[in-house]
Design a binder for this molecule. Sequence first.
Ligand SMILES: [Zn+2]
Length: 472
Amino acid sequence: MEKFEPFSPPIVKMYVCGLTVYDYMHIGHARTFVVFDSIKRYLRLRGYDVIYVQNITDIDDKIINRANERGMAWKELAEIYIKDYMENLKKLNIKVDYHPKVSEHIDDIIEFIKILVEKGHAYITKSGSVYFDVSSYKFYGELSGRISKDMWDQEEEFVYEKKNPYDFALWKAAKPGEPWWESPWGKGRPGWHIECSVMSTKFLGPRVDIHGGGQDLVFPHHENERAQSECVLNVRPWVKYWLHSGMLMIKGEKMSKSLGNIISLKELFKKWDPRVIRLWLLSAHYRRYLEFSEESLENSRRILDRFLRASQLLSRMIKSLEPAHSISDDEILVIRNIEKTLLGFHKALSEDFNFAEAQSALNQLLGIIFSSVSHIENSAVVIFAYKALKDMNEVFGIADREFLGEIPIEQGISLDSLIDLIVEIRSELRKRKLYDLSDVIRERLSLLGIQLMDKKEKTEWFIREQQKFTKI
Ligand SMILES: [Zn+2]
């Protein structure tokens, strides 16, 4: 565990490797994208300004081959799957700030490769391809821990053009029937890895706080991205935190294209609400594998159902209850229990985004809402529960519509009187020497920009200048 310290807080720059659009998106992709969307959401909940980029690989060997098989243009094929990808992101409530496409950044890619050639990190072959020379970058292999220099000679897939077996193509000379662009090295097209270095630099600048992707991308993709970026940008580390989401399993086997056991999203959507799928994808620690089963989805369906019922119940209660002016011991206990679930939720996510633990905190909160809050006629307690549920939704993203807008207070009740009420309740807690709880309230208000000052007679409050940054 280490402290999260982005390069320039409160900004967090996030880049996630997106989809190669030669086939329909499947649940393996969905897991990666849902996980990183929720990581982004959690950071935003904690006050960071996150910029989130997820690229689209629309030129690639697989796309060209498939388009040729089907006798269609590569662009036409890519468009079909880009449409599918975008629709799925929408259904799963994944929000991306920028979706750069490779085909729209060819000039930038050429400029980037030129620098690598000028600096002696890349070489041009007779055929007009350009390769990155891994021996020119002494940190190669450190990210994945996958290779050592002694192994170089043993590597089997030695291509005759390369100087070292791990050298990889930055620019591929055009073969007949392939799309091509003019370049200083002749007609050709970019290799795969270079696009992410180029597009992340274009959208996020020379340093990236979080770079994400599925576990299968660590080597060679991320290892290569890192090598070429650090060589061009003269920064080290280029990426502060590398995060890799775990794989999906089915009946004890890894879900993979080669085993032919991948479940398509299309099939899944026929039976399950996308919100159920989203919640299920967030039911394990992001780095661990996640086992697919109908039962586990059924379990997520039950949680979603309870979640939606709880949010409706609390909204209704808030609308019908009069503002509270006092609070009983029993009610304090309920607030305390809600606070405990919130602390558990934050602890789970602050410690390496443990979504499994965060979901168990959510279940506890739902339990408290149905067993206790539903019988309480104190608006302060209900609002507290509502806020807690809303915070959890900020991360899980399953009921954004239900939580649109702020607390559903009838018009006419001012923010001032609401804060007065909270401060009053806190004073009551202090009188009863419940200092830990009163401190929590002070802290939570402070996060919202409301500062309390305890004076002899009473507590005063004021609204601070907008302060968005909170450290995790
Ligand atoms: Zn990438």
